[in-house]
Design a protein around this ligand. Structure first.
Ligand SMILES: Nc1nc2c(c(=O)[nH]1)N[C@H]1C(S)=C(S)[C@@H](COP(=O)(O)O)O[C@H]1N2
Ligand SMILES: [Mo]
Length: 527
Protein backbone atom coordinates (compact mmCIF):
# COMPACT_ATOMS: atom_id res chain seq x y z
CA UNK A 1 0.00 0.00 0.00
CA UNK A 2 2.79 2.37 0.92
CA UNK A 3 4.68 1.58 -2.28
CA UNK A 4 1.56 2.38 -4.28
CA UNK A 5 1.19 5.72 -2.47
CA UNK A 6 4.82 6.53 -3.16
CA UNK A 7 4.66 5.74 -6.86
CA UNK A 8 1.42 7.64 -7.39
CA UNK A 9 2.84 10.62 -5.49
CA UNK A 10 6.04 10.58 -7.55
CA UNK A 11 3.97 10.46 -10.73
CA UNK A 12 1.94 13.42 -9.55
CA UNK A 13 5.13 15.31 -8.74
CA UNK A 14 6.69 14.65 -12.13
CA UNK A 15 3.45 15.66 -13.86
CA UNK A 16 3.27 18.89 -11.86
CA UNK A 17 6.89 19.57 -12.76
CA UNK A 18 6.19 18.98 -16.46
CA UNK A 19 3.26 21.37 -16.31
CA UNK A 20 5.40 23.98 -14.53
CA UNK A 21 8.08 23.40 -17.16
CA UNK A 22 5.76 24.92 -19.73
CA UNK A 23 5.84 28.16 -17.77
CA UNK A 24 9.57 28.05 -16.99
CA UNK A 25 11.48 26.03 -19.63
CA UNK A 26 10.84 22.46 -20.76
CA UNK A 27 14.60 21.84 -20.36
CA UNK A 28 14.26 22.67 -16.66
CA UNK A 29 11.99 19.79 -15.67
CA UNK A 30 13.71 17.41 -13.24
CA UNK A 31 13.90 14.30 -15.46
CA UNK A 32 15.33 16.24 -18.38
CA UNK A 33 17.70 18.32 -16.26
CA UNK A 34 19.06 15.39 -14.25
CA UNK A 35 19.36 13.34 -17.45
CA UNK A 36 21.36 16.14 -19.03
CA UNK A 37 23.67 16.25 -16.04
CA UNK A 38 24.19 12.50 -16.22
CA UNK A 39 25.06 12.75 -19.91
CA UNK A 40 27.49 15.60 -19.28
CA UNK A 41 29.12 13.69 -16.45
CA UNK A 42 29.44 10.36 -18.22
CA UNK A 43 33.06 9.55 -19.08
CA UNK A 44 33.66 9.48 -22.81
CA UNK A 45 34.29 5.69 -23.06
CA UNK A 46 31.01 4.93 -21.29
CA UNK A 47 29.17 7.40 -23.47
CA UNK A 48 30.70 5.93 -26.61
CA UNK A 49 29.75 2.43 -25.49
CA UNK A 50 26.19 3.57 -24.82
CA UNK A 51 25.97 5.26 -28.20
CA UNK A 52 27.43 2.28 -30.01
CA UNK A 53 25.07 -0.18 -28.31
CA UNK A 54 21.92 1.94 -28.21
CA UNK A 55 22.49 4.39 -31.07
CA UNK A 56 20.06 7.31 -31.05
CA UNK A 57 17.90 5.49 -28.48
CA UNK A 58 20.50 6.19 -25.80
CA UNK A 59 18.65 9.22 -24.42
CA UNK A 60 15.26 7.45 -24.31
CA UNK A 61 16.87 4.51 -22.52
CA UNK A 62 18.52 6.89 -20.06
CA UNK A 63 15.20 8.62 -19.30
CA UNK A 64 13.37 5.30 -18.92
CA UNK A 65 16.12 4.03 -16.62
CA UNK A 66 15.86 7.17 -14.50
CA UNK A 67 12.07 6.84 -14.30
CA UNK A 68 12.45 3.24 -13.13
CA UNK A 69 15.04 4.16 -10.52
CA UNK A 70 12.80 6.97 -9.32
CA UNK A 71 9.80 4.61 -9.09
CA UNK A 72 11.87 2.27 -6.94
CA UNK A 73 12.91 5.07 -4.61
CA UNK A 74 9.36 6.40 -4.52
CA UNK A 75 8.04 2.98 -3.51
CA UNK A 76 10.51 2.82 -0.62
CA UNK A 77 9.66 6.36 0.51
CA UNK A 78 5.96 5.45 0.34
CA UNK A 79 6.49 2.49 2.65
CA UNK A 80 8.46 4.73 4.98
CA UNK A 81 5.66 7.30 4.86
CA UNK A 82 3.19 4.85 6.42
CA UNK A 83 5.16 4.96 9.66
CA UNK A 84 7.13 8.17 9.44
CA UNK A 85 5.54 10.74 7.11
CA UNK A 86 8.04 13.40 8.16
CA UNK A 87 11.05 11.29 7.23
CA UNK A 88 9.45 10.41 3.89
CA UNK A 89 8.84 14.13 3.28
CA UNK A 90 12.53 14.74 3.90
CA UNK A 91 13.31 12.02 1.35
CA UNK A 92 11.15 13.76 -1.23
CA UNK A 93 12.94 17.00 -0.40
CA UNK A 94 16.28 15.36 -1.26
CA UNK A 95 15.02 14.37 -4.71
CA UNK A 96 13.51 17.80 -5.14
CA UNK A 97 16.86 19.38 -4.35
CA UNK A 98 18.63 17.11 -6.85
CA UNK A 99 16.16 18.12 -9.56
CA UNK A 100 16.42 21.80 -8.75
CA UNK A 101 20.22 21.73 -8.57
CA UNK A 102 20.43 19.94 -11.91
CA UNK A 103 18.03 22.41 -13.50
CA UNK A 104 20.06 25.36 -12.20
CA UNK A 105 23.23 23.77 -13.50
CA UNK A 106 21.93 23.28 -17.04
CA UNK A 107 23.16 25.52 -19.84
CA UNK A 108 21.34 28.83 -20.17
CA UNK A 109 19.52 28.34 -16.86
CA UNK A 110 18.12 31.01 -14.57
CA UNK A 111 16.63 31.01 -11.06
CA UNK A 112 13.20 30.27 -12.55
CA UNK A 113 14.48 26.88 -13.66
CA UNK A 114 14.28 25.56 -10.09
CA UNK A 115 10.50 26.12 -10.08
CA UNK A 116 9.41 22.89 -11.83
CA UNK A 117 11.38 20.74 -9.38
CA UNK A 118 10.16 22.71 -6.35
CA UNK A 119 6.54 22.60 -7.47
CA UNK A 120 6.86 18.94 -8.38
CA UNK A 121 8.41 18.10 -5.01
CA UNK A 122 5.67 20.03 -3.21
CA UNK A 123 2.95 18.24 -5.15
CA UNK A 124 4.57 14.88 -4.46
CA UNK A 125 4.72 15.48 -0.70
CA UNK A 126 1.12 16.66 -0.50
CA UNK A 127 -0.17 13.72 -2.54
CA UNK A 128 1.97 11.29 -0.55
CA UNK A 129 0.73 12.53 2.80
CA UNK A 130 -2.91 12.67 1.70
CA UNK A 131 -2.80 9.17 0.27
CA UNK A 132 -0.92 7.67 3.19
CA UNK A 133 -3.37 9.21 5.66
CA UNK A 134 -6.23 7.59 3.74
CA UNK A 135 -4.52 4.28 3.15
CA UNK A 136 -6.55 1.42 4.64
CA UNK A 137 -5.02 -0.34 7.63
CA UNK A 138 -2.95 -3.41 6.97
CA UNK A 139 -5.07 -6.56 6.99
CA UNK A 140 -2.63 -9.04 8.54
CA UNK A 141 -2.60 -11.67 5.88
CA UNK A 142 -6.30 -11.68 5.14
CA UNK A 143 -7.67 -10.83 1.75
CA UNK A 144 -9.00 -7.27 1.82
CA UNK A 145 -12.53 -8.45 1.21
CA UNK A 146 -12.44 -10.97 4.03
CA UNK A 147 -10.88 -8.42 6.33
CA UNK A 148 -13.66 -5.97 5.65
CA UNK A 149 -16.28 -8.65 6.08
CA UNK A 150 -14.80 -10.08 9.26
CA UNK A 151 -14.57 -6.58 10.68
CA UNK A 152 -18.19 -6.10 9.82
CA UNK A 153 -19.12 -9.37 11.46
CA UNK A 154 -17.21 -8.60 14.64
CA UNK A 155 -18.71 -5.16 15.03
CA UNK A 156 -21.85 -5.07 13.01
CA UNK A 157 -23.17 -1.81 14.34
CA UNK A 158 -19.96 0.20 14.60
CA UNK A 159 -19.33 3.07 12.21
CA UNK A 160 -15.67 2.09 11.87
CA UNK A 161 -16.61 -1.26 10.43
CA UNK A 162 -18.62 0.11 7.57
CA UNK A 163 -15.88 2.70 7.08
CA UNK A 164 -13.21 0.09 6.30
CA UNK A 165 -14.80 -0.88 2.99
CA UNK A 166 -15.72 2.70 2.16
CA UNK A 167 -12.22 3.93 2.99
CA UNK A 168 -10.73 1.30 0.78
CA UNK A 169 -12.96 2.25 -2.13
CA UNK A 170 -12.31 5.94 -1.53
CA UNK A 171 -8.59 5.36 -1.37
CA UNK A 172 -8.51 3.36 -4.59
CA UNK A 173 -10.68 5.97 -6.30
CA UNK A 174 -8.46 8.84 -5.10
CA UNK A 175 -5.21 7.09 -6.03
CA UNK A 176 -6.64 6.13 -9.41
CA UNK A 177 -7.82 9.67 -10.06
CA UNK A 178 -4.47 11.18 -9.13
CA UNK A 179 -2.63 8.63 -11.29
CA UNK A 180 -4.90 9.30 -14.27
CA UNK A 181 -4.67 13.07 -14.01
CA UNK A 182 -0.88 12.79 -13.62
CA UNK A 183 -0.46 10.52 -16.64
CA UNK A 184 -2.67 12.62 -18.90
CA UNK A 185 -1.38 15.98 -17.63
CA UNK A 186 2.28 14.98 -17.58
CA UNK A 187 2.43 13.43 -21.01
CA UNK A 188 0.22 16.21 -22.38
CA UNK A 189 2.59 18.86 -21.06
CA UNK A 190 5.64 17.02 -22.42
CA UNK A 191 3.97 16.59 -25.80
CA UNK A 192 3.01 20.25 -25.91
CA UNK A 193 6.52 21.31 -24.92
CA UNK A 194 8.02 19.12 -27.64
CA UNK A 195 5.71 20.52 -30.29
CA UNK A 196 6.28 24.07 -29.05
CA UNK A 197 10.03 23.49 -29.09
CA UNK A 198 9.75 22.51 -32.73
CA UNK A 199 8.45 25.97 -33.52
CA UNK A 200 11.64 27.75 -32.66
CA UNK A 201 14.48 28.21 -30.19
CA UNK A 202 13.12 28.21 -26.66
CA UNK A 203 15.45 30.94 -25.49
CA UNK A 204 15.91 33.83 -27.89
CA UNK A 205 19.63 34.50 -27.74
CA UNK A 206 20.49 36.69 -30.66
CA UNK A 207 19.61 36.76 -34.29
CA UNK A 208 22.47 35.95 -36.60
CA UNK A 209 23.28 38.90 -38.83
CA UNK A 210 23.65 38.60 -42.58
CA UNK A 211 27.37 38.18 -43.29
CA UNK A 212 28.90 40.83 -45.56
CA UNK A 213 30.79 38.02 -47.25
CA UNK A 214 28.55 34.97 -47.57
CA UNK A 215 29.95 31.53 -48.23
CA UNK A 216 30.19 30.83 -51.95
CA UNK A 217 27.42 28.49 -53.06
CA UNK A 218 28.23 24.83 -52.61
CA UNK A 219 29.45 23.49 -55.97
CA UNK A 220 27.31 20.87 -57.63
CA UNK A 221 28.47 17.40 -56.66
CA UNK A 222 30.03 18.48 -53.37
CA UNK A 223 27.82 15.94 -51.62
CA UNK A 224 27.64 12.33 -52.76
CA UNK A 225 24.40 10.55 -52.02
CA UNK A 226 25.60 7.24 -50.60
CA UNK A 227 23.99 5.33 -47.75
CA UNK A 228 26.25 5.18 -44.72
CA UNK A 229 28.42 8.12 -45.78
CA UNK A 230 28.62 11.06 -43.37
CA UNK A 231 26.76 14.12 -44.72
CA UNK A 232 28.87 16.96 -46.11
CA UNK A 233 27.63 19.35 -43.41
CA UNK A 234 27.55 17.79 -39.98
CA UNK A 235 24.29 18.74 -38.23
CA UNK A 236 24.95 20.62 -34.99
CA UNK A 237 23.26 17.84 -32.96
CA UNK A 238 25.70 15.32 -34.43
CA UNK A 239 28.82 17.46 -34.32
CA UNK A 240 31.46 15.87 -32.13
CA UNK A 241 32.05 17.60 -28.84
CA UNK A 242 35.39 17.56 -27.09
CA UNK A 243 36.17 19.68 -24.07
CA UNK A 244 37.23 19.42 -20.48
CA UNK A 245 34.03 20.77 -18.92
CA UNK A 246 31.53 18.53 -17.12
CA UNK A 247 28.93 21.24 -17.20
CA UNK A 248 28.73 23.52 -20.20
CA UNK A 249 29.46 27.17 -19.36
CA UNK A 250 26.41 29.41 -19.47
CA UNK A 251 27.13 32.85 -20.78
CA UNK A 252 24.43 35.45 -21.31
CA UNK A 253 25.20 37.07 -24.64
CA UNK A 254 24.31 40.50 -23.23
CA UNK A 255 26.90 40.14 -20.48
CA UNK A 256 29.66 38.65 -22.61
CA UNK A 257 32.88 40.64 -22.99
CA UNK A 258 36.04 39.87 -24.90
CA UNK A 259 39.29 41.40 -23.73
CA UNK A 260 42.09 41.74 -26.26
CA UNK A 261 45.53 42.70 -24.97
CA UNK A 262 49.20 41.77 -24.85
CA UNK A 263 52.43 42.40 -26.68
CA UNK A 264 52.11 44.76 -29.58
CA UNK A 265 48.36 45.12 -29.10
CA UNK A 266 46.34 48.11 -28.00
CA UNK A 267 44.02 46.92 -25.24
CA UNK A 268 40.44 46.51 -26.47
CA UNK A 269 37.16 45.26 -25.11
CA UNK A 270 34.29 44.01 -27.24
CA UNK A 271 30.64 43.33 -26.49
CA UNK A 272 28.51 40.90 -28.45
CA UNK A 273 26.87 43.88 -30.20
CA UNK A 274 30.31 45.11 -31.26
CA UNK A 275 30.86 41.83 -33.09
CA UNK A 276 27.32 41.36 -34.43
CA UNK A 277 27.27 44.86 -35.89
CA UNK A 278 30.59 44.66 -37.66
CA UNK A 279 30.57 45.25 -41.39
CA UNK A 280 33.19 42.58 -42.11
CA UNK A 281 31.37 39.42 -41.05
CA UNK A 282 32.28 36.35 -43.09
CA UNK A 283 30.54 33.06 -43.64
CA UNK A 284 32.81 30.09 -44.39
CA UNK A 285 32.71 26.33 -44.56
CA UNK A 286 35.43 24.86 -42.36
CA UNK A 287 36.08 21.30 -41.24
CA UNK A 288 37.13 21.04 -37.61
CA UNK A 289 39.19 18.12 -36.36
CA UNK A 290 40.36 16.95 -32.95
CA UNK A 291 43.94 15.87 -32.34
CA UNK A 292 42.52 13.00 -30.28
CA UNK A 293 40.77 11.56 -33.30
CA UNK A 294 42.09 8.04 -33.85
CA UNK A 295 42.63 6.91 -37.44
CA UNK A 296 39.15 6.18 -38.75
CA UNK A 297 37.53 8.07 -35.85
CA UNK A 298 34.63 10.50 -35.73
CA UNK A 299 36.08 13.51 -33.93
CA UNK A 300 35.90 15.53 -37.10
CA UNK A 301 32.99 17.53 -38.48
CA UNK A 302 32.18 20.12 -41.09
CA UNK A 303 30.09 23.24 -40.53
CA UNK A 304 29.19 26.57 -42.10
CA UNK A 305 30.41 29.22 -39.69
CA UNK A 306 29.65 32.95 -39.45
CA UNK A 307 32.09 35.18 -37.64
CA UNK A 308 34.46 38.10 -37.44
CA UNK A 309 37.73 37.76 -39.35
CA UNK A 310 40.32 37.47 -36.61
CA UNK A 311 43.14 39.05 -38.62
CA UNK A 312 41.09 42.22 -39.17
CA UNK A 313 40.30 42.51 -35.48
CA UNK A 314 43.97 42.08 -34.54
CA UNK A 315 45.11 44.60 -37.15
CA UNK A 316 42.71 47.18 -35.72
CA UNK A 317 44.46 46.76 -32.37
CA UNK A 318 47.83 47.33 -34.05
CA UNK A 319 48.96 43.72 -34.07
CA UNK A 320 51.51 42.75 -36.70
CA UNK A 321 52.50 39.18 -37.47
CA UNK A 322 56.03 38.15 -36.40
CA UNK A 323 57.11 38.13 -40.04
CA UNK A 324 56.42 41.86 -40.13
CA UNK A 325 58.22 42.61 -36.90
CA UNK A 326 55.38 41.95 -34.45
CA UNK A 327 56.65 41.08 -30.94
CA UNK A 328 54.15 38.27 -30.32
CA UNK A 329 54.22 34.90 -32.04
CA UNK A 330 51.52 33.22 -29.96
CA UNK A 331 47.88 34.20 -29.60
CA UNK A 332 46.48 32.72 -26.39
CA UNK A 333 42.73 32.40 -26.19
CA UNK A 334 41.08 31.95 -22.81
CA UNK A 335 37.63 30.64 -22.12
CA UNK A 336 35.07 31.29 -19.43
CA UNK A 337 35.92 27.92 -17.88
CA UNK A 338 39.63 28.67 -17.77
CA UNK A 339 40.84 26.72 -20.81
CA UNK A 340 43.87 28.23 -22.55
CA UNK A 341 44.68 27.57 -26.18
CA UNK A 342 47.74 28.83 -28.07
CA UNK A 343 47.68 29.60 -31.80
CA UNK A 344 50.53 30.88 -33.99
CA UNK A 345 49.92 34.57 -34.78
CA UNK A 346 51.49 33.90 -38.16
CA UNK A 347 48.78 31.36 -39.03
CA UNK A 348 45.95 33.57 -37.86
CA UNK A 349 47.21 36.50 -39.96
CA UNK A 350 48.34 34.71 -43.13
CA UNK A 351 45.11 35.28 -45.01
CA UNK A 352 43.26 32.15 -44.00
CA UNK A 353 39.71 32.51 -42.70
CA UNK A 354 40.55 32.43 -38.98
CA UNK A 355 37.52 33.82 -37.22
CA UNK A 356 35.69 34.54 -34.03
CA UNK A 357 32.66 32.45 -34.82
CA UNK A 358 29.16 33.47 -33.71
CA UNK A 359 27.13 31.15 -35.88
CA UNK A 360 27.25 27.47 -36.76
CA UNK A 361 25.15 25.96 -39.54
CA UNK A 362 22.68 28.82 -39.61
CA UNK A 363 22.12 29.33 -35.90
CA UNK A 364 23.93 31.03 -33.04
CA UNK A 365 26.60 28.71 -31.67
CA UNK A 366 24.99 25.93 -29.66
CA UNK A 367 25.88 26.11 -25.99
CA UNK A 368 28.01 22.99 -26.25
CA UNK A 369 29.99 24.41 -29.12
CA UNK A 370 31.02 27.62 -27.42
CA UNK A 371 28.14 30.08 -27.21
CA UNK A 372 28.34 32.98 -27.65
CA UNK A 373 31.77 33.18 -29.32
CA UNK A 374 34.50 30.68 -30.21
CA UNK A 375 37.57 30.63 -32.40
CA UNK A 376 37.83 28.64 -35.61
CA UNK A 377 41.09 28.48 -37.55
CA UNK A 378 41.20 26.39 -40.72
CA UNK A 379 44.01 23.85 -40.78
CA UNK A 380 44.82 23.56 -37.07
CA UNK A 381 43.60 20.96 -34.59
CA UNK A 382 40.95 22.21 -32.16
CA UNK A 383 43.20 22.18 -29.11
CA UNK A 384 45.50 24.78 -30.68
CA UNK A 385 42.85 26.92 -32.34
CA UNK A 386 39.19 26.44 -31.54
CA UNK A 387 38.66 27.93 -28.07
CA UNK A 388 34.99 27.74 -27.07
CA UNK A 389 33.26 30.16 -24.66
CA UNK A 390 36.00 32.64 -25.55
CA UNK A 391 36.49 35.62 -23.20
CA UNK A 392 40.09 36.75 -23.66
CA UNK A 393 42.76 37.02 -26.35
CA UNK A 394 46.34 37.67 -25.29
CA UNK A 395 49.32 38.26 -27.53
CA UNK A 396 52.41 36.62 -26.14
CA UNK A 397 55.20 34.28 -27.22
CA UNK A 398 55.59 30.52 -27.32
CA UNK A 399 58.69 30.96 -25.19
CA UNK A 400 56.86 32.82 -22.46
CA UNK A 401 53.64 30.93 -22.16
CA UNK A 402 52.48 27.29 -22.24
CA UNK A 403 48.74 26.88 -22.74
CA UNK A 404 46.76 24.10 -21.03
CA UNK A 405 47.67 21.06 -23.15
CA UNK A 406 51.36 21.75 -23.68
CA UNK A 407 52.63 20.79 -20.21
CA UNK A 408 50.39 17.72 -20.55
CA UNK A 409 52.52 16.41 -23.36
CA UNK A 410 50.80 17.74 -26.47
CA UNK A 411 52.63 19.63 -29.19
CA UNK A 412 52.90 23.41 -29.09
CA UNK A 413 51.94 23.65 -32.76
CA UNK A 414 49.67 21.18 -34.49
CA UNK A 415 48.52 21.55 -38.08
CA UNK A 416 45.89 19.01 -39.09
CA UNK A 417 47.38 15.92 -40.72
CA UNK A 418 46.16 14.65 -44.08
CA UNK A 419 43.63 11.93 -43.23
CA UNK A 420 40.92 9.79 -44.76
CA UNK A 421 38.24 7.51 -43.41
CA UNK A 422 36.07 4.71 -44.79
CA UNK A 423 32.45 5.24 -43.73
CA UNK A 424 30.93 2.38 -45.71
CA UNK A 425 31.10 -0.59 -45.65
CA UNK A 426 31.66 -0.67 -41.92
CA UNK A 427 34.38 -2.75 -40.32
CA UNK A 428 33.19 -6.36 -40.08
CA UNK A 429 30.35 -5.81 -42.56
CA UNK A 430 28.87 -8.56 -44.71
CA UNK A 431 28.15 -7.57 -48.30
CA UNK A 432 26.98 -9.47 -51.35
CA UNK A 433 29.31 -10.02 -54.26
CA UNK A 434 28.96 -7.52 -57.06
CA UNK A 435 29.34 -3.77 -57.17
CA UNK A 436 29.77 -2.34 -53.67
CA UNK A 437 30.28 1.39 -53.11
CA UNK A 438 33.24 1.97 -50.81
CA UNK A 439 32.91 5.56 -49.58
CA UNK A 440 34.14 7.96 -46.96
CA UNK A 441 35.64 11.36 -46.28
CA UNK A 442 39.14 12.80 -46.54
CA UNK A 443 40.54 16.01 -45.10
CA UNK A 444 43.70 18.11 -45.26
CA UNK A 445 42.38 21.47 -44.13
CA UNK A 446 43.91 24.52 -45.78
CA UNK A 447 46.02 22.41 -48.10
CA UNK A 448 43.12 20.69 -49.80
CA UNK A 449 42.56 17.10 -50.89
CA UNK A 450 44.13 16.21 -54.24
CA UNK A 451 43.24 12.52 -54.46
CA UNK A 452 41.98 9.56 -52.50
CA UNK A 453 43.16 6.03 -53.21
CA UNK A 454 41.69 2.75 -52.11
CA UNK A 455 43.36 -0.61 -51.90
CA UNK A 456 41.74 -4.02 -51.52
CA UNK A 457 43.98 -6.63 -49.86
CA UNK A 458 47.44 -6.34 -51.44
CA UNK A 459 46.15 -5.01 -54.74
CA UNK A 460 46.99 -1.79 -56.55
CA UNK A 461 45.97 1.55 -55.08
CA UNK A 462 42.93 2.64 -57.10
CA UNK A 463 41.77 6.22 -57.47
CA UNK A 464 38.42 6.92 -55.84
CA UNK A 465 36.00 9.41 -57.36
CA UNK A 466 36.07 12.63 -55.32
CA UNK A 467 33.11 14.89 -54.59
CA UNK A 468 33.44 18.42 -55.97
CA UNK A 469 35.68 20.53 -53.74
CA UNK A 470 33.92 23.15 -51.66
CA UNK A 471 37.10 24.81 -50.37
CA UNK A 472 40.56 23.70 -49.35
CA UNK A 473 39.37 24.12 -45.76
CA UNK A 474 36.67 21.48 -46.01
CA UNK A 475 36.73 17.74 -46.22
CA UNK A 476 35.80 15.90 -49.41
CA UNK A 477 33.72 12.83 -49.84
CA UNK A 478 34.93 10.02 -52.06
CA UNK A 479 33.60 6.78 -53.47
CA UNK A 480 35.01 3.75 -55.27
CA UNK A 481 32.66 1.32 -56.98
CA UNK A 482 34.26 -1.90 -55.87
CA UNK A 483 33.71 -5.12 -57.77
CA UNK A 484 33.52 -7.32 -54.69
CA UNK A 485 34.44 -10.98 -55.06
CA UNK A 486 33.44 -13.61 -52.48
CA UNK A 487 35.78 -14.06 -49.55
CA UNK A 488 37.36 -12.08 -46.73
CA UNK A 489 38.84 -8.75 -47.76
CA UNK A 490 40.61 -5.85 -46.20
CA UNK A 491 40.04 -2.38 -47.65
CA UNK A 492 42.38 0.52 -46.89
CA UNK A 493 42.33 4.17 -47.87
CA UNK A 494 44.86 6.96 -48.15
CA UNK A 495 44.65 10.61 -49.16
CA UNK A 496 46.96 12.92 -51.04
CA UNK A 497 46.93 16.63 -50.30
CA UNK A 498 47.52 19.55 -52.64
CA UNK A 499 51.00 20.12 -51.29
CA UNK A 500 52.20 16.70 -52.40
CA UNK A 501 51.79 15.07 -49.02
CA UNK A 502 50.66 11.45 -48.98
CA UNK A 503 48.92 10.05 -45.94
CA UNK A 504 51.52 7.82 -44.35
CA UNK A 505 50.88 4.16 -43.49
CA UNK A 506 53.19 4.49 -40.50
CA UNK A 507 51.05 4.18 -37.39
CA UNK A 508 51.52 6.67 -34.59
CA UNK A 509 49.28 7.53 -31.63
CA UNK A 510 47.22 10.68 -31.27
CA UNK A 511 49.72 12.19 -28.82
CA UNK A 512 51.61 14.49 -29.24
CA UNK A 513 50.32 15.95 -32.50
CA UNK A 514 47.76 13.70 -34.16
CA UNK A 515 47.48 10.03 -35.16
CA UNK A 516 48.85 8.68 -38.43
CA UNK A 517 48.20 5.50 -40.37
CA UNK A 518 45.74 4.20 -42.94
CA UNK A 519 42.16 3.46 -42.03
CA UNK A 520 41.15 -0.07 -42.97
CA UNK A 521 38.04 -2.20 -42.71
CA UNK A 522 37.59 -5.97 -42.89
CA UNK A 523 34.68 -7.07 -45.06
CA UNK A 524 33.12 -10.46 -45.76
CA UNK A 525 31.75 -10.84 -49.27
CA UNK A 526 29.15 -13.57 -49.71
CA UNK A 527 28.48 -15.05 -53.16
N1 LIG B 1 36.91 26.19 -23.65
C1 LIG B 1 37.32 25.10 -24.31
N2 LIG B 1 37.45 25.16 -25.65
C2 LIG B 1 37.86 24.08 -26.34
C3 LIG B 1 38.15 22.88 -25.68
C4 LIG B 1 37.99 22.83 -24.26
O1 LIG B 1 38.22 21.80 -23.60
N3 LIG B 1 37.57 23.96 -23.62
N4 LIG B 1 38.53 21.77 -26.41
C5 LIG B 1 39.12 22.03 -27.72
C6 LIG B 1 39.27 20.83 -28.51
S1 LIG B 1 40.42 19.70 -28.00
C7 LIG B 1 38.58 20.65 -29.67
S2 LIG B 1 38.94 19.35 -30.70
C8 LIG B 1 37.47 21.56 -30.07
C9 LIG B 1 36.22 20.79 -30.28
O2 LIG B 1 35.15 21.64 -30.59
P1 LIG B 1 33.69 21.08 -30.60
O3 LIG B 1 33.42 20.47 -29.27
O4 LIG B 1 32.79 22.23 -30.91
O5 LIG B 1 33.63 20.04 -31.69
O6 LIG B 1 37.23 22.54 -29.10
C10 LIG B 1 38.40 23.09 -28.51
N5 LIG B 1 38.00 24.18 -27.69
MO1 LIG C 1 40.63 18.19 -29.58
Amino acid sequence: MGALCGIVAAGAGLAAAEAAGLAARPEATPLVAVGGEVIDATPRPVKELAVSVLGTADKAVLLAGMALALAGAAALLGVLALRRPGAAGAGVAVFTAIGAAAALDRPDSGALDAVPSLLGGGAAVVVLWLLVARAPEPTHGQEPREAAESAAVEAPAGPGARGAGTNRRRFVAAAGAVATVSAVGGTGARWYAASAAGRGPSSARFTLPEPASPAPPLPEGAELDIAGLDPFFTPNEDFYRIDTVLSVPRIAASEWRLRLHGRGAAEREYTIADLLNRADLIERDITLACVSNPVGGTYVGNARWIGVPLAGLLEEAGVRPPGEGGPADQLVSRSEDGMTIGTPVADVMDGRDAMLALGMNGEPLPQRHGFPVRMVVPGLYGYVSACKWLVELELTTFEDYDPYWVPRGWAEKAPVKTQSRIDTPGDGANVSAGTVPVAGVAWAQHRGIEAVEVRVDDGEWQRARLSAEDTADTWRQWVLEWDAEPGEHRISVRARDREGGVQTSRESPTSPDGATGHHGVAVTVTP
